[in-house]
Design a protein around this ligand. Sequence first.
Ligand SMILES: *[C@@H]1O[C@H](CO)[C@@H](O)[C@H](O)[C@H]1NC(C)=O
Ligand SMILES: *[C@@H]1O[C@H](CO)[C@@H](O)[C@H](O)[C@H]1NC(C)=O
Ligand SMILES: *[C@@H]1O[C@H](CO)[C@@H](O)[C@H](O)[C@H]1NC(C)=O
Ligand SMILES: *[C@@H]1O[C@H](CO)[C@@H](O)[C@H](O)[C@H]1NC(C)=O
Ligand SMILES: *[C@@H]1O[C@H](CO)[C@@H](O)[C@H](O)[C@H]1NC(C)=O
Ligand SMILES: *[C@@H]1O[C@H](CO)[C@@H](O)[C@H](O)[C@H]1NC(C)=O
Ligand SMILES: *[C@@H]1O[C@H](CO)[C@@H](O)[C@H](O)[C@H]1NC(C)=O
Ligand SMILES: *[C@@H]1O[C@H](CO)[C@@H](O)[C@H](O)[C@H]1NC(C)=O
Ligand SMILES: *[C@@H]1O[C@H](CO)[C@@H](O)[C@H](O)[C@H]1NC(C)=O
Ligand SMILES: *[C@@H]1O[C@H](CO)[C@@H](O)[C@H](O)[C@H]1NC(C)=O
Ligand SMILES: *[C@@H]1O[C@H](CO)[C@@H](O)[C@H](O)[C@H]1NC(C)=O
Length: 835
Amino acid sequence: MLKLCGLQFLLAVQWAACQNLGDLHLTGPLKDMNFSIPEGTGVRAIYQFTSESPDVIFRATGEKDGLIDIVPDTGILYLNGSLDWETKAVHKLQVEILNKNGDVVKGPCAVTIYVEDINDNPPKFDQAQYTGVVRQNSRAGKPFMRVHATDLDDPTTPHAQLNYSIPHHFPNPYSEMLFQINSLTGEISPSRTGSFYLDPQKQDTFTLVVSVKDMAGLTENAFKNSVDVKITVKESLWKAPPTITIKENSTQPHPVNISQVHSNEADVIYEVFEKETLAKLPFSIDQNGSIYVTEPLDREEKDAYSFFVITKDKGGELVDKPLKINIIVEDINDNPPVCQNAVTTLEVQENESGGSSIGTLSATDMDQKDTLNSRLKFKILSQDPAVPTSNLFFIQQDTGVLQLHGHSLNKRIASNYSLKVQVTDEVFQTICDVQIHVIDINDQIPIFEKSDYYSVTVAESLPVGTVLLEIQATDGDEPATGSSYIIYQVKEGDPDNTFIIETDPETNRGFLKINKALDFETAEVHNLVINATNPEPLVSGVQYNSSSLTLFKVFVTNVDEPPAFHKEVYTTELSEDVPVNTLVVTVEAHDPEGDAVRYSLEGDWRKWLRIDSTTGQIYTASALDREQEQVYRVDVVASEISNAAQKFKTPLVLNLKDVNDNAPRLNMDYPLFFCYPLRGGDRTLIRATDDDEQKFYSTITFSLKDDVATRNNWEILKVNATHAYLSPRHTNFEEKVYTVPMIISDNGVPPLEREVILEVNICTCSSENSCFIPVEREHSKPSTGQAIGILLGVLIVIGVIVGGAFFHMRYKEKNKKKSQQKDAKDQTECDKLNA
Ligand SMILES: *[C@@H]1O[C@H](CO)[C@@H](O)[C@H](O)[C@H]1NC(C)=O
Ligand SMILES: *[C@@H]1O[C@H](CO)[C@@H](O)[C@H](O)[C@H]1NC(C)=O
Ligand SMILES: *[C@@H]1O[C@H](CO)[C@@H](O)[C@H](O)[C@H]1NC(C)=O
Ligand SMILES: *[C@@H]1O[C@H](CO)[C@@H](O)[C@H](O)[C@H]1NC(C)=O
Ligand SMILES: *[C@@H]1O[C@H](CO)[C@@H](O)[C@H](O)[C@H]1NC(C)=O
Ligand SMILES: *[C@@H]1O[C@H](CO)[C@@H](O)[C@H](O)[C@H]1NC(C)=O
Ligand SMILES: *[C@@H]1O[C@H](CO)[C@@H](O)[C@H](O)[C@H]1NC(C)=O
Ligand SMILES: *[C@@H]1O[C@H](CO)[C@@H](O)[C@H](O)[C@H]1NC(C)=O
Ligand SMILES: *[C@@H]1O[C@H](CO)[C@@H](O)[C@H](O)[C@H]1NC(C)=O
Ligand SMILES: *[C@@H]1O[C@H](CO)[C@@H](O)[C@H](O)[C@H]1NC(C)=O
Ligand SMILES: *[C@@H]1O[C@H](CO)[C@@H](O)[C@H](O)[C@H]1NC(C)=O
């Protein structure tokens, strides 16, 4: 029974409280002791030291600071006022026992009082107001300023853990906020919306209300403070220059500066980034954003370029959105006209009348079309031989069209003229050669050697290109001219162009070839009428007659062909949970010869399907599973019953639709741990996934199993659809592996859930990030340190009870038992030392 109640400063305390104290064994022999006392509790007793010998006096020395003392005759250590963590966090005292003569009989023992911080200081911003500048189009999440607040409370506790937020800003024209703050660092950056919409033309100043809360912002009772942040929005510097024009074939020394871009941010690395894949991009950029062309360009090779300029930070992350740079290469007249043919050969009939057009001289110029740089002019320089006159021919200056000048040609005077034609653009000139052959008039028709080539019998499988027949006609006109060259065509009996006839220009021999595959089933016989004509028109009065025609029959024989499917590919969609024996699709094939067909499957390696060999109906043969095969491909085979070797395959593509048939599962390849001892505010990320399609687990629910131990020890905080934080509810964890049973469920209808057991290591850490010693799995006995920890915990509980003695005590019996146990384990180390 404590004799506290006699003390003057506790007289105010009700007698009932004394009774409680008496039960609590806040008493024991003198030894080294540590106490942990919350600040601001006021006047209270801490502990009563006892002594075996009677008639002694207790004395405390050290950092009593006028607040802590001991009652000399009873040994009661007490507080005469409130402790303040911010003033002094630890009080070190020495306590000794003296006899009547003033000799020390025991001690001094070290009695240390640790002051526990309570959250009694609100956070304070360093400035009364902040200002910042942000550029339009700044990268979302890239801080442009920061705010900072300080909190006088114990930085190792949540009391000084600050959490910044922007509750609102003015104006706020969009549904999403334009600015965001890093809740830990106070760094302010544009949000995604802000990165997109901030525009000084629309709104160039904003006032942000920035709040800071202690207790990491996690409780209602946290202290909160706010400050105004004035933000000015400035125009984006990051703008593409207008289209740049560069004259081709420049003689300036390269590289040549053509433009400059500016990033909104300092210290970025500029790079050019090809849009097209060119062998080499002839542009570069320096670290001030100046863009250069690195070599002379050639418009005739490439007349426009576009590429992107990008900016990266030191870490290689893109800073600004890519800017598109457009370059147009301006033409200069640097290409001479070019004759299309080395020699242009034209033919003209002997009796062609004056003014007739006899052909065109083609020339080109690579310079830009429809400009003077590529505009060509034609002029005849010479005619050889110059008989009977030197100006038999005329050329149209703009078009190159050659005409007869009026004089009729005469083969006997000259059969052959060569012209030199000058072709000029503004700068260059080129001479083109033209040969003009005077040819006989076309007054002979081609005559076939035979009027009937009779027939040939061929298999329908004969390949395209096979020559079936050689034919011959002759023409009496001048050889090697358009008057004697023969064109053979099938005039009748081949509406589908199954045949084609080619002429050997040397011999005028014709070759009848298969142009398209023969098909017995379509046509068993082709009755062909073939004509022979000249490219030059016949002179009037002469006409093709039946001597220019011949006949030929092609008989086609049947070849057994494999069956063919009605579709090139069968595609169908099916839910993965359809019962076995569901009809998937019916395939149909038929044989050109009309033979019966049987169906089979190939490549059904999962044995999911079966086919009715006569009807072509395909059914499921076992349970399907989209998670194994989202798109299942097999081949359907149709073969002739009478000749199984005649077969044909076509693909069947089965798209499986998902149903919610997988419960979510944890998806973590890292061990979960917390560093011992826990400091409060710890948490760790847990991650889950689901093998079904995303729509079925767009929200995974994490919950703790409903047992008291788990609920008392742990807490789960949802992060997003797939992530959650696991955090301890208190800090009194031992250094061991805890198992946390939890349930994760998806959002299917109905949802599927899975029970999982998380193993959480509480371990000593070498640094913040790793377990120092792997915790042993079996339960070890609590060490002395742990015992003292527990004792301290109990003492704190008692302290609170004493301080708040007006409250009713409910857990009297429990506490009594606990503290008795702990006392039994205590080693009186101070005694040992003094012995
Ligand atoms: C008191 O705490 C200090 C520092 O934590 C420790 O070194 C000392 O051993 C403790 N004393 C007792 C008696 O628990
Ligand atoms: C407690 O402190 C007050 C003044 O701060 C003093 O008058 C009083 O004597 C002290 N009481 C004890 C028991 O130390
Ligand atoms: C800050 O507080 C908010 C709630 O106000 C919370 O969502 C967020 O996780 C906290 N941030 C930190 C770093 O604790
Ligand atoms: C550049 O121009 C010169 C004449 O000015 C010409 O000789 C040269 O071929 C041109 N180069 C290209 C690549 O066009
Ligand atoms: C390149 O030209 C731009 C103007 O187009 C100019 O602002 C920039 O200073 C020049 N850069 C260099 C390196 O001369
Ligand atoms: C960039 O500009 C600075 C200052 O105008 C200049 O000193 C530096 O040489 C320039 N760098 C390049 C690569 O042109
Ligand atoms: C060419 O001469 C023939 C007679 O040989 C005549 O029938 C024909 O009309 C003449 N053609 C021209 C275009 O004068
Ligand atoms: C044209 O005449 C030249 C000589 O003047 C001769 O070599 C050439 O073979 C002739 N061509 C024809 C098609 O007559
Ligand atoms: C020759 O046959 C082709 C193809 O049927 C036809 O276009 C052409 O008019 C025929 N020519 C004559 C002269 O019958
Ligand atoms: C076709 O005309 C030629 C002369 O151009 C003549 O020799 C031949 O006999 C004629 N053939 C028929 C079948 O009339
Ligand atoms: C959920 O949160 C985690 C951790 O913050 C993050 O890595 C992940 O990308 C987030 N997932 C989604 C879909 O937002």
